[in-house]
Design a protein around this ligand. Sequence first.
Ligand code: ATP
Length: 235
Amino acid sequence: MLEIKNLSVSYGKHAALRGVDVSVKRGEIVVMLGANGAGKSSLLKACAGLVTAHDDTSINLSGNELTDLPAHKIVEAGLALVPEGRGIFGELTVRENLVLGAFAKRARAAEKQNLERVIDLFPKLAERLDQAARTMSGGEQQMVAIGRALMSNPDILLLDEPSLGLSPIMTGDLFKALAAIRKTGVGVLLVEQNAHQSLAISDRGYLIENGAITGQDTAKALQSDPAVQKAFLGL
Ligand code: ATP
């Protein structure tokens, strides 16, 4: 289980996160809802070791303290990030992008099984393995990015706005894939603007505003909360 306690992040004098507590168990999908600039990306980046948290922060994965570890050791510990904008290598093939994700020691021995698992999850990638990633559609590129993260055999997967720029149909397929990932026992922390579809597949959710958590509940309760409906569901 991922346990984030008292997470604070600053950029110079600007406090992007202030004392945030969040937890994600294996086998659950947790969504983080907040407006632009609320601090959602900073939260995921701090977990992945891409921005530095304040000293009194604790980010713990199944008993291992991740705070202050370099990014590659955090991947080894079992946490993988799919960044906003996907970060795949356009000139490399789909297969090459996926195999890069298996670089972690924890995943090297099982590279073949993990590749099969990714292809089971995203069958569309099977016929595209030798195609340059840049020639894929936005939705397919997102599958490559998620597939690459899964190749590191994570316990917890962090996703930064995976539905951004995708059509409603592609978003539906993407969220179905996340539900299938949950079934394999992976915990998913999802940052999303698409509150409607993300709450529909999530188990729990947090609301984040100006760098602080302002609410948390089951996804079902959040869907029927009038404040959430007004702010995020356009009702
Ligand atoms: P968005 O949905 O727009 O990506 P977000 O909720 O993910 O927003 P963050 O990207 O975490 O928010 O940003 C939180 C705050 O920190 C914002 O005010 C942002 O301008 C600021 N910020 C983020 N990254 C940096 C940086 N590298 N340097 C300075 N300020 C930053």
